[in-house]
Design a protein around this ligand. Structure first.
Ligand SMILES: Nc1nc2c(c(=O)[nH]1)N[C@H]1C(S)=C(S)[C@@H](COP(=O)(O)O)O[C@H]1N2
Ligand SMILES: [Mo]
Length: 421
């Protein structure tokens, strides 16, 4: 393609390159600073001496200059640290995989510390052969690798009352997406030999909360995994070391960590987490129960309140989308609060019930924008506006808020959590 092409992609690329050159020029002409000795044309300090040798960090950690890329909590949100939540720094990440050390945590009774030698998984109830597996037993069985998102049903729960928290880490950071390695739950249930009337299971954690949830048998025999690895390495203690249940597309609460026991039955258990919690109070005073699936959702992670725009010109809008019902088919981005939409570019792999990464590149000249993203999945479901969601759900809910998020981009480049219409 020739340099004089009118192709808009080429044109924006030329402008982008011109902008980049401008940055270098600007940097070279700003007032001298003490640390300029590392800048061209000088040879930087790190080139003039040998660095640390191998295994200086036997388990690698991020550069010290990345010290702000961390999970964060909101201290006033919960009464204790043991029953609380920390949030994934979505605004600092790219691609689709969440690094293990940055996965949000949600605990009801603190992090259980389990000696893998003492770990046992019991399967009992309506089975012919009750079984107890050690970790070694589980590792000897055929295993699979799957990339899935996990979203807490309470993600964005504060936002039912209007724009509350300023940062996608806090509004949307109860989601992570990693590659699990584990044994299909079906395999274990088959070994235990289900009785004819077996139609539900109850999964229970070995933590102080002994968190337990009922799952219908079709899901248990479907795609659930008993997982022990995340992104290749053993699960982190925070994520359920050594074993957690993986329940693809369904609310995070069901992904029982520190998995201790699976009881097989013929009806749900109606445990605390499926009666007092994780139900959705509707406008008419009735509550929806067993709302397992997570609806399609998306969020722009940059620009966002914690990731303001630093300069005018070529700007990459980026975000994540996911659906508990299947694959993300398309993501649209709006710059004007939902009046006009353009199709975003999805880049990277698109897996069933995993996060996908999207981009929309714009020229930003300092005008105020109302940034939104809207996800569509392969069932035809379209992420609703918050207004449309409230029409159906009312305002009594905590869980399952998948409404379209709006970020107001100010002339200064700062970004604020707002709500439109
Ligand atoms: N045993 C046990 N499992 C648990 C929990 C818990 O407190 N105890 N919290 C649940 C909730 S509410 C969520 S959202 C997910 C969070 O998983 P994560 O901490 O890996 O992000 O784990 C679920 N599994
Ligand atoms: Mo949760």
């Amino acid at each position: 393609m020739s340099e004089t092409s009118d192709d808009p992609k080429q044109a924006s690329r030329r402008k982008f390159l011109a902008g980049a050159a401008g940055l270098a020029f600007g940097a070279a002409t700003r007032p001298a600073r003490a640390d300029d000795k590392n800048l061209p044309p000088n040879v930087a300090g790190w080139t003039k001496q040998l660095g640390d040798g191998v295994v200086a960090r036997p388990y690698g950690t991020p550069s010290k200059f990345e010290k702000d890329v961390i999970r964060r909590d909101v201290p006033w949100l919960t009464a204790s640290r043991e029953s609380s939540v920390s949030f994934t720094p979505l605004h600092e990440l790219d691609g689709i995989i969440t690094p293990n050390g940055l996965c949000f945590e949600r605990h009801h009774g603190g992090i259980a510390e389990i000696d893998p030698n003492d770990y046992r998984l019991m399967i009992h109830g309506l089975v012919d052969k009750p079984l107890i597996f050690t970790l070694e037993d589980l590792k000897r069985l055929p295993r699979v690798n799957r990339i899935y998102f996990l979203e807490c049903a309470a993600n964005s729960g504060m936002e039912w009352r209007g724009a509350q928290l300023n940062g996608c880490q806090y509004t949307h950071g109860m989601v992570h997406c990693v590659q699990y390695t584990g044994v299909p739950l079906k395999l274990l249930l088959e070994q235990a030999a289900l009785k004819a009337n077996a139609s539900w299971i109850m999964a229970e954690g070995g933590d102080a909360a002994a968190l337990n949830r009922s799952l219908p048998m079709h899901k248990a025999l479907g795609d659930c995994l008993v997982a022990y690895r995340s992104n290749g390495e053993m699960l982190r203690p925070e994520q359920g070391y050594p074993v957690r249940l993986v329940v693809p597309g369904w609310q995070g609460n069901m992904w029982v960590k520190w998995l201790r026991r699976i009881k097989v039955g013929d009806r749900p258990w109606y445990s605390r987490e499926e009666t007092g919690k994780y139900t959705d109070l509707m406008e008419n005073g009735k509550a929806r129960q067993f709302t397992f699936e997570m609806d399609a959702k998306s969020v722009i992670t940059s620009p966002s309140p914690q990731a303001p725009v630093k300069r005018k010109g070529f700007t990459v809008i980026s975000g994540l989308a996911w659906s508990g019902r299947g694959k993300i088919k398309r993501v649209d981005v709006s710059l004007d609060g939902g009046r006009n939409w353009r199709t975003a570019r999805i880049d990277g792999p698109v897996f069933d019930r995993a996060c996908v990464r999207f981009y929309a590149e714009i020229e930003w000249n300092g005008e105020e924008l109302l940034l939104q993203s809207r996800a569509m999945d392969d069932t035809g479901y379209v992420q609703p506006t918050k207004g449309d969601l409230r029409k159906i759900r009312g305002v009594n809910s905590v869980y399952h808020n998948n409404g379209i998020q709006t970020w107001a981009l100010k002339a200064s480049g700062e970004v604020e959590n707002v709500e439109v219409g």
